[in-house]
Ligand binder design. Structure first.
Ligand code: TYM
Length: 354
């Protein structure tokens, strides 16, 4: 199958350093390796309570972050999900492939629905089938994400495997798909079993106020996260106030164990400097946070301020952003349309292939 990268970000506001280091920065790096399709997943953003006027602003903000960080919307594809109807169509088919039990196990559903699952939207429950549809509407082979999305990607593989298995005979009959090794058997499959790309020092960036909690868009404390619209002063202030501990940094990575805040700040430094924790500790081991934090602030400002400036400039020109999304959507549709036509024919819908 043609190698292709797909990933998405929800336009839910407060785009933060975890989203940048765990996802967007890696999206930028992958552009040299494969064809990339990057999506602002606005249909996912309405699964939780939202304000329409904030939603359109947030869609443009995520797009601006993609462009400011260095994603090239001409060489690759940048678009918003709702402009390509194939996502919703495939999600419905996947709702009929995925099992209730599979979705009920999703930890993000449990976190979001909490104790009031009866009041959660049906969309929150079905969220992972739409995510699988995002990826498989392009038959994407690689998906870069932060660690918190790992379980959703496993579900995407489960859905692809069940589809391939259930419709294998029909896929062959129609002359579609490829032979794939699945366990001990070879199955004629249509969808790839997508590989997650997770890792590096920032796969899970933690809150600056509590090193045991993930940095998140919804944390009530603004000091818990650096957001991509923070200017240099805000970046400096938040790192100065970031929780640390009283000890010096260790010489080796093992020494970070049991020190979540130190581990997090060293990980952030490593990701910003394109290196790993061991290299950061080789430089700063034996020094306290009084020395390490100013170096971290200097590096963060150097790397993030230009992105922040460019994002502000782009946000002042919404017409340009909208044009990028319209063009990207058209090119995304050109890939997804024939795939959906195949899928509908595989399922047995009449009239699927025109
Ligand atoms: P979202 O919008 O919550 O987050 C976007 C990306 O940022 C990563 N991320 C983090 N990485 C490191 N540390 C953190 N603290 C942190 N917080 C968030 C996420 O892992 C993600 O890569 N369900 C997805 C959006 C989505 C998607 C897709 C992703 C919809 N369809 C298809 C990939 C492919 C989500 O809610 O991401």
């Amino acid at each position: 199958m043609t190698p292709r990268v797909f990933s998405g970000i929800q336009p839910t506001g407060n785009l933060h350093l975890g989203n940048y280091l765990g996802a967007i920065k890696r999206f930028v790096e992958l552009q040299g390796e494969m064809e990339c399709v990057y999506c602002v997943v606005d249909m996912h953003a309405i699964t939780m309570p939202f304000e329409p006027a904030e939603l359109d602003r947030n869609i443009r903000e995520v797009t601006a972050a993609f462009l400011a960080a260095g994603i090239d919307p001409k060489a690759h594809i940048v678009f918003n999900q709702s402009q390509v109807k194939e996502h919703a169509e495939l999600a419905w088919i996947f709702n009929c492939i995925a099992r209730m039990g599979w979705l009920r196990r999703m930890t993000q559903f449990k976190e979001k629905a909490g104790k009031r699952a009866e009041e959660a939207s049906v969309g929150v429950f079905a969220y992972p089938s739409l995510m699988a549809a995002d990826i498989l509407a392009y038959r994407a082979t690689h998906v870069p994400v932060g660690e918190d999305q790992k379980q959703h990607l496993e579900l995407t593989r489960d859905i692809a495997a069940k589809f391939n298995h259930d419709f294998s005979a029909r896929i062959s009959e129609l002359g579609l798909g490829e032979d794939m090794e699945m366990g001990d058997e070879t199955v004629r499959g249509y969808f790839p079993l997508t590989e997650p790309i997770i890792g590096g020092p920032a796969a899970r960036v933690m809150s600056l106020r509590d090193g045991t909690k993930k940095m998140s868009k919804s944390d009530p404390s603004d000091l818990s996260r650096i957001v991509m619209t923070d200017d240099s002063d805000a970046i400096a202030k938040k790192f100065k106030k970031a929780k640390s501990d009283a000890e010096v940094l260790p010489e080796t990575v093992e020494g970070l164990e049991g020190r979540p805040e130190a581990d997090n700040l060293v990980g952030i430094y490593a990701a910003l400097a394109d290196t790993d924790r061991a290299a950061v500790l080789a430089e700063f081991g034996g020094q306290g946070f009084g020395a390490f934090k100013p170096a971290l602030i200097e590096l963060a400002v150097e790397k993030l301020a230009p992105i922040n400036r460019e994002m502000r400039k782009l946000m002042d020109d919404p017409a340009h952003i909208d044009a990028v999304l319209a063009d990207g959507s058209q090119r995304a549709r050109a890939i997804a349309e024939p795939i959906l036509a195949d899928v509908k024919a595989i399922v047995g819908f009449v009239g699927a292939r025109g």
